[in-house]
Design a protein around this ligand. Structure first.
Ligand SMILES: Nc1nc2c(ncn2[C@@H]2O[C@H](COP(=O)(O)OP(=O)(O)OP(=O)(O)O)[C@@H](O)[C@H]2O)c(=O)[nH]1
Ligand SMILES: [Mg+2]
Ligand SMILES: [Zn+2]
Length: 345
């Protein structure tokens, strides 16, 4: 099925990737990006991992999880991605690639601190943007400061209908079977704050200390990152898990559709508004306002939906400068018209 590179099947290699590779060069060999550091890539190749230096510019810029085509010891291209997890870069409006070809995104939240719905919904939108399935993983369920795990899970489920929630504790081995099931045969990435317990999950599932873990320093606003590079780990029964440095703010560059998928019930209501461009404030015939009044929609989710939609729209404008310019002109024209009307009064 996966042909001469069948040994890479546990890493996700399949007939579709083989076809993509054959289209690049009949002599090319595939390798999956395990780590991307300044000077080169560590690739998982048929005969094991190897560091390959960059000798040419690649488009797209490779990221962890990518499949690379190697010819003569050199990466000649990156196979077209099935998905890309991305977020708005921490500084500036640019886009940061988090991981490629990911099927599932584990949103890791430690129960030693409050679980924030906002973070979960941003993470969910990032997953939908990549066509990956979001799963909330609550960690440290048996810790001394942990809030009641079942109650926390119930709250997350209530605030995020349709998203699976797994309660775990690496110390007690709780929830690890469920995580194994989610990763087997799939490519799965971890996302969460520093100290949430991402690397501890990697170690627990691999059964050895491959990833560095660090003490949580509460009250340390700067937040120390123990993990500093994104890295792909292969599990014994197949499937890969991508660890990453903690991120404090998950900025969206997602398409607005990804936000709609995160709030399907609000989105469905909005489609029934009388006006196509309804702002869901005080317009007549607004189905969202009606849904709120009838107690059918959760006001917190409606607010978050509005905020995340606005954020995704802004990010899209920033990403497409000519559109932003057009929007700017439109705005300038509207402002001018408003001034004129005022003058006439
Ligand atoms: N009690 C308890 N402690 C845990 C559990 N999981 C993780 N920890 C502790 O939480 C701390 C942070 O864990 P890490 O796995 O390093 O967190 P991380 O998300 O990888 O952090 P960064 O790499 O900085 O992003 C460590 O001291 C772990 O021992 C758990 O299930 N129970
Ligand atoms: Mg870590
Ligand atoms: Zn409306």
């Amino acid at each position: 099925m996966a042909g001469r590179f069948a040994a890479l099947a546990p890493l996700g290699w399949d007939a579709r990737w083989a076809a993509a590779l054959a289209g690049v060069d009949p002599d090319a060999e595939p390798g999956r990006v395990v780590v991307h550091h300044g000077a080169g890539l560590v690739l998982a190749l048929v005969d094991g991992p190897r560091t390959v230096m960059f000798t040419r510019r690649l488009d797209p810029e490779p990221t962890v999880g990518d499949w690379a085509a190697v010819v003569g010891g050199e990466v000649v291209s990156i196979l077209p991605r099935r998905s890309l997890l991305r977020r708005r870069a921490a500084h500036g409006g640019g886009e940061q690639q988090l991981a490629a070809n990911v099927d599932r995104l584990l949103l890791v939240c430690g129960l030693d601190r409050p679980v924030k719905d906002g973070r979960i919904q941003r993470g969910t939108a990032i997953a939908h943007d990549a066509g990956a399935e979001p799963v909330v993983v609550l960690t440290k369920a048996a810790g001394p400061d942990a809030v009641d795990p079942e109650q926390a899970a119930a709250e997350v489920r209530a605030g995020n209908p349709g998203v699976a929630v797994v309660v775990t504790s690496v110390r007690e081995g709780l929830g690890l079977d469920r995580l194994h099931e989610l990763i087997r045969g799939a490519s799965v990435a971890l996302l969460g704050e520093s100290g949430a317990g991402k690397s501890s999950i990697v170690n627990a599932l691999l059964g050895e200390e491959v990833a560095l873990t660090g003490e949580v320093r509460l009250g340390d606003a700067k937040g120390r990152h123990t993990t500093t590079t994104r890295e792909l780990h292969l599990l014994a029964d197949g499937g890969v898990l991508i660890d990453s440095p903690g991120i404090r703010e998950v900025g969206l560059v997602a398409e607005t559709e990804a936000v709609e998928e995160t709030f399907p019930e609000v989105s469905e209501s909005a489609e029934r508004c009388r006006f196509r461009d309804c702002r869901h404030d005080a317009e007549p015939g607004c189905a969202v306002t009606a849904g709120l009044a009838a107690g059918e929609l959760d006001p917190a989710r409606v607010e978050r939906w509005k905020a995340l939609r606005a954020e995704a729209e802004t990010a899209q404008l920033l990403a497409r400068p000519d559109e932003a310019r057009r929007a700017g002109k439109r705005f300038a024209r509207a402002a001018r018209d408003a001034q004129r009307r005022k003058g006439r009064r």
